[in-house]
Design a protein around this ligand. Sequence first.
Ligand code: ATP
Ligand code: MG
Ligand code: MG
Ligand code: MG
Length: 566
Amino acid sequence: MKTSQLLLATTRETPADAEVISHQLMIRAGMIRRLAGGLYTWLPLGVRVLRNVEQIIRDEMNQAGAQEVLMPVVQPAELWQESGRWQQYGPELLRINDRHQRDFCLGPTHEEVITDLVRKEVRSYKQLPANYYQIQTKFRDEIRPRFGVMRSREFIMKDAYSFHLNRECLEQTYQIMYAAYHRIFERIGLDFRAVQADTGSIGGDGSHEFHVLADSGEDAIAFSTLSDFAANVELAEAVAPSKPRPSPSQPLTEVATPNIHSIEEVCQFLAVSANQTLKTLLVLGANAENPVVALVLRGDHEVNDIKAEKHPLVASPLTFATAEQITQVCGCDAGSIGPVGLSIPLIVDRSAAHCADFVCGANKTGYHLTGVNWDRDVAAGLVADIRNVVEGDPSPDGQGVIQIKRGIEVGHIFQLGDKYSKALNANVLNENSRAQILEMGCYGIGVTRVVAAAIEQNHDDKGIIWPDAIAPFQVCIVPMQMHKSPRVAKAVEQLYSDLQQQGISVLLDDRNERPGVMFNDMELIGIPHRIVIGERGLDQQLIEYKHRRDAEPQNIAEKDFMTFLM
Ligand code: ATP
Ligand code: MG
Ligand code: MG
Ligand code: MG
């Protein structure tokens, strides 16, 4: 492709809401544009990367014996009522009505739809095991859409669902998927870890998350310094031996929860000034019985900004939130609410080594604690704060100590068992011609999130550095004075078609721009291999080559160039 034909929408401007580097670079490189909160248009350059990621996933899924299907985005409420999730799912499920006032939702996931298909189409055990996947748009009305496509409301997921006659067969397919996921993320070129994840209410021991390691990651994952133990912090907490926590360095004071109606009153209560910069999370506590006030701050916002946040829980005057809502805000589950209250640090300033005098979540109905002190270790990860697992704790398997890193959840696989098949009565006839409920597994990859995660791991101050496997173009040609020199123009066109014939995707920058402008754009959009063609090189029969990671270009003899590049 030639840049003259491409919507190359590079820009210097970084939107104010772009907190993480991948979000900034995806905007600056002209990969995505924001339509509304959590909704993005993918531009041609972005789509090329997305398709490359999808192709690797599709290829590995097909090789692992899964069959591609495509299910609707819009799903009827009846199926969700059958599984019970119409009630359980909460506000992340976007519910809509059609013109006949019938209830539908935009699919956040597809267990119900696929189980419905299978109960109708699969009759006999001879058709099993079966694994169906799709690469398709999901909608989740995320409470805090942010970081661009990393946590958007509409996003693309690869979701697969497997069906089995028994648990052993499910475990086999699970292992096949586990291995396929490793191949997928390796091929994409990511530094990732598979970690054990909590199976929550479903139970069983089969769930793993795949995390791309990055400081900007929203999840905390715990590793052993000695063994293979790796788990998300929720699970590490669940299996960790209980231990005494250091007591706060100051005596705790209980204060009655005031009736708070304004930001000014919040500030007064917290003893902060309205212009002070706070970080991350502010929750005015809650307990299981009583609704209390909750606020959320994102990033480095001034207290004043709370008003502008338009968070569903933050209205003016402040609305009251239920403990349930707060657990959603904090991303913890109801299990972390103790019998007397929810203890969540109010303000976590990650840069401070020691954050003194927190006001903390209610410990007693209608009360808060003041004077709570948190060490940086505790504040290192929000989940860790809540879950109480910190670096240096003994690893649950007894080998080594816990080290906590941050990760971006790009994939999640799960042995579901019969949760959905039982609720929807999905069965087949077994060897004895008896109806038998199916065992089920599900396997997700956040396709759009993978693109952002890849950038988090591969960039420098000039822009993106794509891994070869997903680069929008593998090679770019930057001509010197192509519009003045017919000789350069001819050589460039020749090389362009030669490379294409070799099956290499090439971007020819045929704009009449200064070299500096072209170099900057090609570096920003992250093309891994750059070729410069100019009069001087042609005289000496040399081609200038530079890898995106190289500091300096090198000259390669024209005749050796193809071999060099391949
Ligand atoms: P998270 O913990 O980040 O909210 P999740 O556990 O809710 O993700 P799953 O239900 O496991 O997500 O969905 C499978 C995959 O879909 C996730 O591993 C993630 O990569 C991706 N995903 C989930 N929510 C989003 C989102 N809002 N935006 C982009 N990708 C997402
Ligand atoms: Mg989620
Ligand atoms: Mg998750
Ligand atoms: Mg998950």
